[in-house]
Design a protein around this ligand. Structure first.
Ligand code: NAD
Length: 422
């Protein structure tokens, strides 16, 4: 099929590259000319293992442009994969979705051939059939499900394993209200062998939020229990290994640490809370999930102060800035509140990350950045472990004060060691 993808971030770049690998012709669109130029060159605009190779391999089937008209005109189906960030009050900011729909609608107005629009961005239940449909219809003068197709296909990829997540997903969720969209999406995903749930558009949208909210709940629950286990002197990792063996529970996302960050869980849980409040059913569990997640990283600094009560002028190393290993994404990284707290305490912060130092430098231009993890360990008075990069497993922490937020076993060897929940 001929596919256009609006938004060349983590989701758009991965989805487009994988559809091209399946033999489709893909036109990438972004408002950022730098991202467009990178993709046109067969390279990925974001770090994701294997993505550069996949894009360069499919170069004959991909193109990239900033011109939405050209992309939508020349394709049969458009996926919207633009960002849906939080507003300051936690509610969802749909500005990028709205402008993408306006751009697509304007093209549909002049386009005779039937076109299908698929919302892949994470949007609250009711958005596709509500604001997205209204803008598309107003801008095109046409009717959804009659003159053009409209569907929801939420994305469940995990940064760092996005390619295997695309080709071997747990499930694909397809939310539809017209046959043409259902047939097109079923055809597009025919080569992927996994359960496919075809449902209504509002249910598809809700499945995405409930999945993220439940995983976030597992993490905050593991952290609350982890804090108790540490106080009682019980090994929290062993506890959760045992609990996760229960087939009804599952061990994934069931580890204590300094909480969840990233571009999805924090904003999606906040957006669901805002939607629930607006609907008159304020959620108690989800509000606690957020409260636990906000306190958890600060516990690392609290533990550090047990060993160094006055941090003023002391050099504290922060090892790991990406929100998780194998990505350069720093959105809502737990290192951010930790560094803010250290700076409040008057510490001199030295940071290191294998991939995320450039983007972190724009957020914290005034802290120092080590040339290597070894350099950081040698220079700092104490080391806080904030991301479990594999390479941190191979370092020598002998003689150092290490406060571990992610359970890196090697960091306990020969060091003065304390874990956040162990
Ligand atoms: P991102 O910020 O990395 O990328 C979004 C891109 O859209 C940017 O490059 C931006 O320039 C571009 N854009 C904005 N308006 C545009 C327009 N009108 N036309 C063309 N391009 C435009 O975002 P992301 O992480 O890829 O997330 C995209 C969506 O997918 C969000 O709703 C997110 O919640 C969801 N999601 C993300 C992940 C993830 O792991 N990152 C996983 C599942 C779902």
């Amino acid at each position: 099929m001929k596919i256009s993808i609006l938004g060349c971030g983590y989701v758009g770049a991965v989805t487009g590259a994988c559809f091209a690998e399946l033999g489709n012709a893909v036109v990438f669109v972004d408002i950022d000319p730098a991202k467009v130029a990178t993709i046109a060159d067969g390279r990925s605009p974001i770090y994701e293992p294997g993505l550069d190779e996949l894009l360069s391999k499919s170069l004959s089937r991909i193109s990239a442009t900033t011109n939405t008209k050209q992309a939508v005109d020349g394709t049969e189906i458009t996926f919207i994969a633009v960002g849906t960030p939080s507003r300051p009050d936690g509610s969802i900011d749909l500005a990028y979705i709205e402008s993408a729909c306006r751009d697509i609608g304007a093209v549909l107005k002049e386009k005779d051939a039937y076109h299908i629009v698929v919302v892949k961005s994470t949007v609250l239940s009711g958005t596709t059939e509500g604001i997205a449909r209204r803008i598309l219809e107003e801008a095109s003068g046409k009717t959804a499900h009659l003159d053009f197709g409209l569907a929801s296909n939420p994305e469940f990829l995990k940064e760092g394993s996005a390619l295997p997540d695309f080709f071997e997903p747990d499930r694909i969720v397809i939310g539809v209200a017209d046959d043409a969209s259902r047939e097109a999406l079923e055809r597009l995903y025919a080569a992927i062998d996994c359960p496919k749930l075809v449902t209504t558009i509002p249910v598809a949208e809700m499945i995405k939020y409930v999945s993220n909210a439940f995983l976030a709940t597992k993490i905050s629950f593991a952290n609350e229990i982890g804090n108790l286990c540490k106080t009682l002197g019980i090994d929290t990792a062993e506890v959760f290994a045992g609990v996760g063996m229960d087939g009804r529970i599952n061990p994934a996302f069931f580890r204590s640490g300094i909480g969840f960050g990233g571009s999805c869980f924090p904003k999606d849980v906040r957006a669901l809370i805002a939607q629930a409040k607006a609907a008159g059913v304020p959620p108690k569990i989800l509000s606690s999930v957020v409260a636990v997640n906000e306190e958890q990283p600060l516990r690392l600094v609290g533990l550090l102060k047990k060993h160094i009560p006055d941090l003023k002028g002391r050099t504290i190393g922060v090892l790991g800035l990406a929100f998780k290993p194998d990505t350069d994404d720093i959105r809502e990284s737990r290192a951010i509140p930790i560094i803010e707290e250290l700076l409040k305490e008057g510490a001199a912060v030295m940071a290191y990350d294998p991939l995320a130092m450039d983007s972190f430098g724009t957020l914290f231009p005034d802290i120092s950045y080590a040339s290597s993890a070894e350099d950081l360990i040698q220079t700092a008075d104490a080391v806080l472990l904030t991301t479990e990069w594999k390479e941190f497993e191979a370092l020598d922490y002998t003689g150092k004060l290490v406060i571990d937020g992610r359970r890196v076993p090697k960091a306990a060897v020969g060091s003065i060691y304390e874990g956040v929940c162990w």
